[in-house]
Design a protein around this ligand. Sequence first.
Ligand SMILES: [Zn+2]
Length: 478
Amino acid sequence: MLTTRLHVLGSAIVCVAFAACAREQAPSYDLVVAHGRVINPESGLDAVRHVGIRNGKIDVISEPPLTGVRVIDASGHVVSPGFIDLHEHGQQEESYRMMVRDGVTSAFELEVGTGDVAAWYAVREGGQIVNYGVSVGHIPARMKVLGDPGTGLLPAGIGGSGTATDAHMAAMETILREGLAQGAVAMGFGSAYTPGAPMSEIERMFRVAAEGGVPAHIHMRGGLRGLQETIAAAAAARTALHIVHVNSSAGDEIDGFLTAIRAARDGGQDVTTEAYPYGAGMTEIQSALFDDWQTWPEARFGLHQLVSTGERLTRATFAKARAAGGTVIIHGRSEEQTRAAIASPLAMIASDGFIENGRGHPRTSGSYAKVLGKYVRDDKTVTLMDALRRMTLDPARRLERRTPAMANKGRVKVGADADLTIFDPATVIDRSTYEDASIPSAGIPYVIVGGQVAVDRGNVTAARAGRAIRAPIAAQSR
Ligand SMILES: [Zn+2]
């Protein structure tokens, strides 16, 4: 009883009288997050607790206070599992610096992915700001096999529009199987970017994903009918399916999209989805999405904003930019459409972010803070618990069947990886804009990655505790 009381008081004055206190006084944990409102969507915990971290893991979640080498006072703040972004193209230091200040502790490139999984992980070895992972992608496999001239992420010619022979498809399957053996956590698809690939080709590659036990993440084409075809192909191939950015793929058909996904789930099919909280999209201007640009009415060009300069385009400047390459922001969805996607309990939050040389889409820097500040606090579109579930637990579960490391993420529980996001629910908000995507979110003073403080009082530290998240590697690929 006395010991317990001393421990609680933790007071040097009381301890002087007792020899045993010397040991009690020594910090017990590497890091303590004290007095925070700990929210764990898996258990439903929402209460003030003290979190003790040791060796990069959550060692204790305690009602009595704890001692640590460092103690962060999280009074008045939420202590959440770190956010897990399943859709982040910006897999370099500059993007990581923006995302971590938006609360992201694990970032995955799963939509496009890579054609060389081993090389992708190799260049990031040695520690990054956040944890990272990748899919093996049908798009890069197709570009490689068909000899696409594109130098960016996406096809700029035959890789998108070309027809693949049976031999081409067999070569793609080989690349995809290799990627799975090298630890890809998912398989990426972009039927919207590969109009030359019929659904039979997509379904054939879905079967490779099913073989590997990974979910297929797809930027699909063709609106509601396209969604139904995609769901049918995934069912035939028996693969788990993830529809990326349902908000932009659906546009004004968002209610129909969510109903179709719900119906597939109710029918027992493994289908999930995600959304980002912005009314504009962004993509490469040379991609197949714009192949019909010459037929557009004049007004449509003005919805397009060149990322490198921030200027709105005309027919003439669009033609020039299309020839030169680069990325473009596409305005035009309504706030009601965005809100419908964010309101749906089905949609995980994922940024689809990318920033380079300070230029990009504000979703890179502000997606999570915008959901928490605008849609949870100000508009009350979503509850805090539901929003956090869709930022943490749901994405972890999407990957953990094939990638067991994910079972230790997305939760504040004893034994889990100490990836934590500490934010003020009264002030958290995005600040980045379409003109300047390099402004970090506000109200997220601390972010912890692998037990180390990656964001300290709002500033990115020198910690590089982010590690590769990878599915088990096949013996022959080591
Ligand atoms: Zn994307």
